[in-house]
Design a protein around this ligand. Structure first.
Ligand code: GLN
Length: 258
């Protein structure tokens, strides 16, 4: 038994010849041997208020482009993926403390964040936009937000952008959909968030309109612990593989069309 295990494990070519020549139970032994090791687990954090990248489906299940991507990456890398729901501003601390192995949450790769964490190669190119009420004809650019009230999500690049506007009052929220609700309630003059997220909100029937140019070219990356270069490389290799084998395109088309 032990001998046979040794025989079938290391060389795939040997496996088939063993099966051909061996008796029936060699097949059972081979299957068991391959399945026995428990699968490695990757603990992933996300803030699922950022449709279409991560949000909750009708049964509160986590869905979105990032979720499909992380599951495909996990499969490619040979890991089981376990996703937990965290605040966006809690993701980097959770990575640093080792509570999670990585985060995928529409997180833009920035120089400031790169000081605290590792990023995978970019997997999506994004940028920021301004959302205003449909009947607002005064605000047409970032400059027009001077002295105005702007809603943002805490800890985001949108919040960072809003903080650069002279005399503006920045109202911060924990979740990504709350700035839109606040705008809808006329509690603020504008919201700043990621362009694809605002665009998706409008397509889904949300109210308001985008004004001005898309600001900042921002790339999303998977965030990992600073110095965890081994796992970062595993992610990069898997991302390349998914881009080459068409899996990435399939996921992209599912959420963004062609
Ligand atoms: N891309 C933005 C950032 O990284 C917003 C991310 C988010 O709200 N999930 O700050």
């Amino acid at each position: 038994m032990f001998k046979r295990t040794l025989l079938v494990l290391p060389v795939v070519a040997l496996l088939s010849s063993t099966l051909l020549t061996g008796c029936d139970d060699s097949k059972t032994t081979a299957t068991k041997t391959v399945e026995q090791p428990t699968q490695k687990i990757l603990r992933i954090g996300t803030n699922p208020t950022f449709a279409p990248f991560e949000f909750q489906g009708t049964n509160h299940e986590l869905v979105g482009f990032d979720l499909d991507l992380i599951h495909a990456l996990g499969k490619q890398m040979g890991y089981k993926i376990e996703v937990s729901n965290l605040g966006f501003d809690a993701l980097i601390p959770a990575i640093s403390s080792g509570n999670i192995d990585a985060a995928i949450s529409g997180m833009s790769i920035t120089e400031v964040r790169k000081k605290a964490i590792n990023f995978s190669n970019p997997y999506y190119t994004s940028g920021l936009s301004i959302l205003v009420h449909s009947d607002n004809n005064d605000i047409k650019s970032l400059k027009d937000l001077e002295g105005k009230k702007i809603a943002v999500q805490i800890g985001t690049t949108g919040a960072e952008k809003a903080s650069t506007v002279k005399d503006a009052t920045v109202v911060s929220f924990n979740n990504s959909n709350e700035p839109f609700m606040e705008l809808n309630n006329k509690g603020v003059d504008a919201a700043i968030s990621d362009h694809p997220v605002i665009a998706y909100y409008l397509v889904q029937g949300g109210s308001g309109k985008i004004v001005g140019e898309r600001m900042n070219a921002e790339d999303y990356g998977i965030a990992l612990k600073k110095g965890n270069d081994k796992l970062t490389k595993e992610f990069n290799d898997a991302l390349n593989a998914l881009k080459q084998n068409g899996e990435y395109d399939k996921i992209y088309k599912k959420w963004f069309g062609s």
